[in-house]
Design a protein around this ligand. Structure first.
Ligand code: ZN
Length: 346
């Protein structure tokens, strides 16, 4: 089969002929139709997330099962599938508690499709069969393979945050990095949850897109004090929830300083920097600082169901044939993509 292979960090893709994957016991192979091209996998390509090379990246996948190994009953040949992105042990305390992202699998962390094994930038993809999740019948994956592929991360990750932060109707939610591939879906989902949404970003085109996606207010962080702007928008009360997809010290501190009483700050990686927070504020204002990592299988199923019911539609603005992967990833690297990018594979 053909695959876009990375042979070392910060190198271009090589369209290569590699061996067809064969499904062993408990495994399945899917033909890949499309794969999302988000910043996370660009971090791998650029060498900012270390992996073993050669590697085929990509985890936001739409595919069709073409082969199942011995003992596989969960999926069958011909099933339309997407992919649950974490490779979990299935039997540790956290897996058994349906909190798969916290899996204690070997090495102290879960494996990730397209990082610890080959992913979706290839004609075929082999995974443990239970990592393939059937696409609900109401979703036209053949017409929209790019959109359906990105549900598994760009839409499910922010969906999980609504529960993690306990977002309630009528609350005010600020999204930092709102114009990015996951941030814009956080804006859409917070609106879906009937919150008032303030989008924070540094690019005015992206803030325009956030308004179109439903943001009630926008703050350009390049133009001054973000915490002050958020306090102004809320009449001095502060935001109930701040969700930080950038997570550098300055955004985290702006977010925590803009929190209302009982406010919750959620960080989702990004730069993952350290920051200053006042324990007295946490105490006297009963505030909380939370981390949120990917999502559970159940949250993926719930998000697929939201799309099947027509309540949310993934925003993929830059869809290219996989022969254009290099140029597309350069746009992702430069932060030029509004919403999500994706490749049509094969
Ligand atoms: Zn586990």
């Amino acid at each position: 089969m053909k695959a876009l292979v990375l042979t070392q960090p910060n190198a271009p893709f090589e369209m290569s002929e590699v061996a067809d994957p064969v499904a062993g016991p408990g495994e399945a192979v899917a033909r890949v139709l499309a794969c999302g091209s988000g910043l996370t996998i660009q971090h791998v390509k650029a060498g900012r997330i270390p992996v073993e090379f050669p590697r085929v990246i990509g985890h936001e996948i739409t595919g069709e099962v073409v082969e199942v190994g011995a003992g596989v009953t969960a999926v069958a040949v011909g099933d339309a599938v997407t992919v649950y992105g974490y490779l979990c042990c299935g039997h540790c305390h956290w897996c058994l508690s349906s909190l798969e992202p916290l899996c204690e699998a070997a090495g102290g962390g879960v494996g990730i499709v397209g990082m610890s094994c080959d992913g979706g930038y290839a004609e075929y993809l082999k995974l443990p069969a239970h990592n393939f999740i059937k696409i609900p019948a109401g979703i036209d994956y053949k017409a929209y393979p790019a959109e359906i592929g990105v549900i598994t991360d760009a839409l499910t990750t922010p969906y999980k945050v609504l529960g993690r932060a306990g977002v309630k109707a009528g609350e005010t939610v600020a999204v930092f990095g709102a114009g990015g591939g996951v941030g814009i879906h956080q804006v859409m989902l917070a609106k879906w949850a009937q919150a008032k949404v303030i989008a924070v970003d540094v690019v005015s085109d992206k803030l325009d897109a956030c308004r179109e996606a439903g943001a009630d207010e926008v703050v350009n962080a390049a133009n001054g004090d973000v915490a002050e702007a958020l306090l102004d928008f809320t009449g001095g009360r502060g935001v109930d929830v701040a969700i930080d997809y950038v997570s550098v010290s300055s955004t985290l501190e702006a977010a925590v300083n803009a929190l209302a009483r009982r406010g919750r700050l959620v960080t989702l990686g990004g730069a993952g920097e350290s920051f200053q927070v006042s324990a007295s504020d946490l105490l006297y204002k009963e505030q909380a600082v939370l981390g949120s990592r990917y999502a559970t299988r159940r949250e993926l199923l719930e998000t697929l169901d939201l799309v099947a019911r027509g309540e949310i539609w993934p925003q993929v603005t830059d869809i290219q044939p996989w022969t254009e992967a290099e140029a597309l990833h350069q746009r992702v690297e430069r932060g030029e993509v509004i919403g999500r990018a994706a490749l049509i594979v094969g």
